[in-house]
Write a protein that binds this ligand. Sequence first.
Ligand code: DAH
Length: 341
Amino acid sequence: MKQQLELLRAEALRAVEKAGAMEELENVRVRFLGKKGELTAMLKMMGQLSPEERPAMGQLANEARAAMEKAIEAAKAKLEEAALERKLERESLDVTVPGQPVRLGHRHPMYIALDEIKDIFVGMGFTVLDGPEVELAELNFDRLNAGEGHPSRDWSDTFYFKEDSSVMLRSQTSPMQVRAMDTLPLPIRMIAPGRVYRKDEVDATHSPMFHQVEGMVIDKNVTMADLKGTLNTVVEQLYGKGTKTRFRPHHFPFTEPSCELDVQCHKCGGKGCPTCKGEGWIELLGAGMIHPHVLEMAGIDPEEWSGWAFGFGLERTAMRRFKIADLRLIFENDVRFLEQF
Ligand code: DAH
């Protein structure tokens, strides 16, 4: 038995030495030291020895096991080190190689213009609201005084979701006036920028999706003079001090009186040129005093409260701000174009 043990020990140590990978090493361990291993089998046979022989054999067997375990541990450490060495070799990196330039993006010119606009209004105490693009026709039209039969409700102009024309892509940000009246405490000063949708063909000045910025003030003793003063201040901040404006009468169903605001052409200073189509003025926005019936429909007493509102196209404002000639450039997102701002 002693001889057998020594043979087994020598064989195990040779096998350990030969094992070139973790897996093989584990196989060696199982083969000799595992539950059904060869050394374990031999230990089980010790029971057959005489009581005198047993202690010496036991000691030998323990030594054999210790030697095997030690050899396996050592081999394992060696393999691990070699693996780490290979990994480091593979992943070595040269910190002196120049880095790849990172291409940083930046904000879209239209959003640069919007941020300027927001800053101006927030500075005057306005809140910035966000609202749904999928809107109820009730809020987009009825609550804004454009009842059944109003031409702007036509199927040829509006993206409806349902046969009964009750749900639509909002065609203007004006329903945000209604949402503000329904949810905010009075007095209200808010702007609401966002996307709007109309069935327009794409050309240099039209797109079926564009952005508007709505604005509204409701307070006591608010007059058309406040509207004009506020909007003149905004125009001067956007386009420079001394920029001339003019207010023209117009019609919107939800304001009375209604007006449009023009700015004097920045290109020709009012003489008339291709940019302003010979007019000397460029239309900027629609506005007016909120119709008493619109206030009433929101449960606001028009005897006590009054207000004004406005709405303008954001693309057109950004185009004028950055002197961009074609609306399509705003949406195409050609990096060569966008990088100029
Ligand atoms: N919603 C109008 C449009 O899309 C613009 C507008 C006009 C908004 C007058 C207003 C307003 O708030 O008072 O043409």
